[in-house]
Write a protein that binds this ligand. Structure first.
Ligand code: XMP
Length: 325
């Protein structure tokens, strides 16, 4: 398999955000010409930055979709669409929940789950949308760390295709443009800020492409996603002031014994991970105050009666990873 090795990192200290923006707007304009491009917006800092850059370059010739894969956090699809509408960027919400859950049915192996999401996203849903829109280009928020980790075999990021030598034009019918591929996350945040995005966007904790499916060990079903979604909301509520780099809830595959109303019960386990990190390449568990941990356990087990155990991950990355899948 051919691997691209011509991507050079632009370091944070060398990045001149305004010049970078001008250059990328020019590059996108000249690559797309008079054609049409599409992009998928998830609301994270990478895809939000790409959306703004491409909108500057292409205006109405950019078609932005929010793919509702059923794996997003509570209220997220509607929140993102209405936020960008206010910025004057029309985002179409595309409901693909059934397709994603069908593709994930019966899968428990982490790489198979990631692959199912990649295929459903790029081949089925996006391939179709791109064909219908007449677009020849897909803009994507791949960043330098994604390439690096994929090449190192640490993880198959769901957005790495051309770096792996996959010809997207041949495989899926469109060409991929990746304006952020020379940047790591802190540099992307700097560009996002220079583009005028608000702090809640440019300082957003990272969120994985496979979304909550990266936090479900075992089979991904609508019910199991709903469980991890509720726990995620509680962990985000309670940890957002901690200054941590990223915080998340994971649903385990094994059930454990617990106690409810004086009787033995058998229920789910939620694992909380809260990370101190600079760029997600390495990480350390945040030293969360014990009263926050207690509140997490109390809220999760009282607001979610199906959960009887809440644990806190005390392992560094490596050997742990930030996500569970
Ligand atoms: P891991 O779990 O590999 O995560 O330690 C490192 C960082 O990357 C995020 N992550 C992803 N981001 N697509 C993405 O865009 C993915 O497939 C993906 N998997 C993990 C994760 O949240 C963390 O910040």
């Amino acid at each position: 398999m051919k691997i691209k090795d011509d991507i050079r990192e632009i370091k944070l200290e060398d990045l001149k955000a305004d010049e970078f923006i001008k250059q990328k707007v020019r590059e996108i304009s000249s690559a797309v010409g008079n054609g049409i491009a599409v992009n998928a917006l998830s609301g994270g800092v990478d895809s939000s930055t790409v959306t703004l850059l491409a909108h500057r370059a292409l205006g109405d010739r950019l078609k932005t979709y929010f793919i509702e894969n059923g794996l997003m956090r509570e209220g997220e699809p509607q929140r993102v669409v209405s936020f960008f509408r206010k910025l004057g960027i029309k985002v179409e919400l595309f409901d693909a929940r059934k397709e994603f859950f069908n593709a994930l049915k019966g899968l428990t192996d982490p790489e198979e789950k990631r692959e199912a999401i990649t295929q459903t996203f790029y081949k089925n849903v996006f391939g179709r949308l791109v064909k219908e829109s007449g677009a020849e280009f897909l803009l994507h928020g791949t960043i330098y760390t994604d390439v690096e980790e994929t090449l190192a075999g640490v993880k198959r990021q769901h957005n790495i295709l051309e770096q792996l030598g996959i010809d997207t034009k041949k495989a899926f019918g469109y060409k991929v443009i990746e304006p952020l591929v020379e940047l790591r996350k802190p540099a992307v945040r700097k560009v996002a800020k220079a583009l005028g995005l608000p702090e809640e966007v440019y300082n957003r904790p990272p969120f994985p492409g496979p979304a909550l499916a990266a936090r479900v060990i075992g089979e991904v079903t609508p019910e199991r996603i709903e469980t991890v979604r509720k726990a995620t909301k509680i962990v985000e509520d309670e940890s957002s002031g901690s200054g941590a780099f990223q915080y998340l809830a994971i649903l385990h595959a094994d059930m454990v014994t617990g106690m409810r109303e004086g009787k033995r019960d058998y229920g789910h386990q939620i694992e909380v991970r809260c990370w101190d990190s600079k760029d997600a390449v390495t990480g350390e568990p945040t030293r969360l105050p014990h009263d926050i941990m207690e509140r997490l356990a109390d809220r999760i087990t009282s607001e979610m009666p199906q959960v009887v155990s809440v644990t806190y991950n005390i392992t560094r990355k490596p050997p742990s990873t930030i996500e569970a899948v």
